[in-house]
Design a binder for this molecule. Structure first.
Ligand SMILES: *Cc1c(COP(=O)(O)O)cnc(C)c1O
Ligand SMILES: [Zn+2]
Length: 411
């Protein structure tokens, strides 16, 4: 049972049936899932959610796919951990880390893929596909195998080896394309018109994207059913950021939380691929596509599909944005690991570096309850750290060698 009612064009508002469609045929605007919120309000309660599985499917009433047909590797319900040491280092107060490195394939993409492929099965698709900056490929390959589907995942040929291996291991087809993500995406848009495949982020995008709302649902539930004051979200296409906002609004709409969300939303990008942040920081309404060059490859989308919507959400909520350098990204990865014991990939480094910058600029305040979304695991991007961390000392296997390398006082 799902309460999705129709797809709605985000530009002109025209309605479409629940089908594998993603663009409005009148104005070419993107389509988005709409629900029967009265029916959801009558069905959903905090108690019912608490009795549900420890995964995104505890919020099935607010998702566009049926839990009965769910492709389930256990995505979601990741820890929300209080980060006191990090907060102290940044001069902030109540800071939480949403640790999405602990998903089945170690990134937040498992949330969106689980929803997208569950819907694909309902539609009768046999083959899963995607255009990926890396993590999506990992997740689609794993979930397709789990669902008994074939898979074709398309990636830029310069990806981190960890991401290629962690995709190929599942046995689907991995297609490395000589080009950047935007080239891969263009190719996939053409292929989606040629083959009857479920491209999760092309023809299934309206369903797939809804999976990101679970980040907002979990955050509010794990805070004891309250809204945070401020969230910091990494941006590639900008979809996740807009859906976190939508998720908070829906909690109020269906009566799970009794107040309107007053959540400031801030966006994080790498300077080497910051089309959305550049528009925000220059006060412009135009997002200029860029050619990415950054170690944060999972965020390297030069022409972001949801960029304008993300810009709107951040401006309307009173949030901020930052574009951080590769060195700041590595410092961010180290800072999180060394204060909180959480090892994130480069995208998480972008988030922490942005948190730091916005705290220094006074955009994020010490009196706010702040949640930072850490969306992927550090073992996936080891290359980025090569030469920046290593053994404290390399010694011969003798006590003498050890004592001459380390000057140890008691403890
Ligand atoms: C895909 C991805 C994001 C965000 O993607 P959007 O396209 O903005 O929704 C964030 N972090 C990681 C690690 C990702 O792989
Ligand atoms: Zn339209």
């Amino acid at each position: 049972m799902t309460f999705i009612k129709q797809l709605t064009c985000r530009e002109c508002g025209r309605a479409y049936e629940v089908a594998p469609l993603h663009v409005c045929e009148w104005c070419f605007g993107p389509l988005e899932a709409s629900y029967d919120y009265d029916a959801i309000a009558a069905s959903v309660t905090r108690e019912k959610i608490a009795q549900g599985p420890s995964s995104i499917w505890r919020y099935a009433d607010l998702l566009p796919a049926d839990r009965g047909s769910a492709v389930d590797l256990g995505a979601g319900f990741t820890p929300l951990v209080r980060a006191e040491r990090l907060a102290g280092a940044l001069g902030l107060g109540e800071v939480w880390i949403k640790n999405d490195t602990l998903n089945p394939t170690n990134s937040f993409k498992d949330r969106v893929v689980a929803v997208g492929l569950s819907k694909a099965l309902e539609f009768g698709f046999k083959t899963a596909a995607c255009a990926s900056t890396g993590n999506l490929a990992n997740s689609v390959a794993a979930h397709a195998t789990r669902a008994g589907m074939k898979s074709y995942v398309f990636i830029p040929s310069n990806l981190e080896s960890g991401k290629v291996i962690a995709t190929a291991i599942y046995g689907g087809n991995v297609v490395a394309v000589d080009g950047n993500y935007d080239d891969v995406n263009r190719l996939c848009a053409e292929l989606a018109g040629t083959y009857p495949w479920a491209f999760v982020n092309v023809n299934l995008r309206p369903y797939y994207a809804e999976g990101s709302k679970t980040l907002a649902f979990e955050t509010a539930e794990q805070l004891g059913w309250r809204f945070p004051d401020h969230v910091v979200v990494p941006m590639a296409s900008g979809s996740q950021l807009t859906k976190i906002r939508k998720g908070f609004e829906e909690l109020a709409k269906v009566g799970l939380i009794d107040e309107e969300p007053d959540v400031r939303v801030s966006g994080a990008q790498a300077l080497g691929c910051s089309p959305i942040a550049a528009a925000f920081l220059s006060g412009s309404d135009t997002i200029k596509p860029v050619k990415p060059s950054t170690i944060a490859k999972s965020l390297a989308i030069g022409n972001p599909a949801d960029g304008y919507f993300a810009l709107d959400v951040v401006r309307n909520s009173g949030g901020g944005m930052a574009a951080v350098t590769d060195d700041e990204i590595i410092d961010g990865m180290k800072l999180l690991a060394r204060t909180e014991g959480i090892f994130t990939e480069t995208a998480g480094g972008v988030t922490i570096a942005t948190l730091k910058k916005l705290a220094e600029d006074g955009v994020i305040r010490p009196d706010e309850c702040v949640v930072a979304y850490i969306t992927g695991h550090g073992l996936k991007t080891l290359e980025a750290l090569t030469g920046t961390v290593g053994p404290t000392a390399t010694i011969a296997p003798t006590i003498d060698a050890f004592t001459s390398a380390f000057d140890i006082d008691e403890e």
